[in-house]
Design a protein around this ligand. Sequence first.
Ligand SMILES: *Cc1c(COP(=O)(O)O)cnc(C)c1O
Length: 466
Amino acid sequence: MARASKGDVDYDAKLVPVYGSRDVTQGIPKYALPEEGMEARSAYRLVMDEVLKEGNPRLNLATFVTTWMEPEAKTLMAETFDKNMIDKDEYPQTAEIERRCVIMLGRLWRAPDISRIIGCSTTGSSEACMLAGLALKWKWRERRRQAGKSTDRPNLVMGINVQVCWEKFCRYWDVEMRLAPMEPGSYALTPEKMLPFCDENTIGVVAILGSTFTGEYEPVSALHDALMELNGRTGWDVPLHVDAASGGMVAPFLEPDVAWDFRLPLVKSINTSGHKYGLVYPGVGWAVWRDQEELHEDLVFKVNYLGGEMPTFALNFSRPGNQVLAQYYNFIRLGYEGYRRVQQACRDVAQYIAGELAGMNVFDVIHDGSDLPVLAWRIKDGVDVKFTLFELSDRLRMTGWQVPAYSFPDNLTDVVVMRVVVREGVSRDVADMLLEDIHQALRFFESSGQSGQLHASAGGEVAFHH
Ligand SMILES: *Cc1c(COP(=O)(O)O)cnc(C)c1O
């Protein structure tokens, strides 16, 4: 029966199921702003469906970034999305909570005088590293000017295993990047590798806790002692920054007695990613300086804003305040003991996976999760296997896992490793599912006799047990 009135049509339109509506049976607008809009429910479905095949973030074992938070934390974040972190005058309590987080971190990192520290939240460790690097550069320049010396050629010393944000820092702010190489069996900075790169123009040394290549901690306290000795001998003033993007929220809970932090006098600043082992969804990071003196006053802007005067040190202006609130939520929800348990559980699972992989007899585990809960392995020298780690990575993709394979930088580019980051939510059961899929993949390679590019030689049974 034909519909008679407009009223009937409207009534029917409400009953149209979402996948029966015109919006979803036509193509999606892609590169031009559409003339007219669509129903909210259709737009929601279309966008959600566009990202369907991106994979399940929980199965992404490549990332360090948080992929699980409690329902209460999600609710809190959803309800505070509208707070702009920069409006400290309008959202003074959010600003106060940011300050509390900085002070809690200063204590966690053993600042000797908590009343002297200064710090801020950022969009992540990358921004925090830019700020810390700038502070080092300004401080160095001030020392040089006072001594009547040239400020033309600043350099920064670090291992080649640094995260790309440090290369960015050096390029964007005109600082010579001095990268100590990796060597066979030595994938991180050591005092011996560091010292030859330092001179009077070194604005600082970056130590990493821990390396994204392997998960291992760099020996911060040994680097510190070597710099103390060097400074004493030469009259230089080379300080340390610790890039603790991951380790800053792991080491204080699992190795509270290891001094890598403000207990070491030359450690002037530390950064961490709130969205890594700080357990908050992206993007939040933190930078903390041991003493206000380390942050040159020229770097801090006093912004006259909505009637208030507000000091800021940041690359961004507006950004979400809800991530800072979520960080504070985690701090009071978990406390020291809660973080310890979560990180210990991650380490236990990482070490469990490492043990199982070692037992397969084809892999050489080069880091077993005993620093960061991260493990890295390569194919054992001398075993004849019919696959490469790149092929294994591809094969695991078929069951949903994202486990990266990559080669090391200059000097060791022929070393290929595979890495798994164990985060909150990678339980023992999830680990067993991964291990089962690795076994399956090995059986597949064995039976299909596939020959890898890097290990093309034929013959030789791969020994592995289930
Ligand atoms: C992740 C990481 C960074 C960059 O951190 P974002 O929070 O992603 O900006 C820097 N350094 C290290 C050592 C990292 O692990």
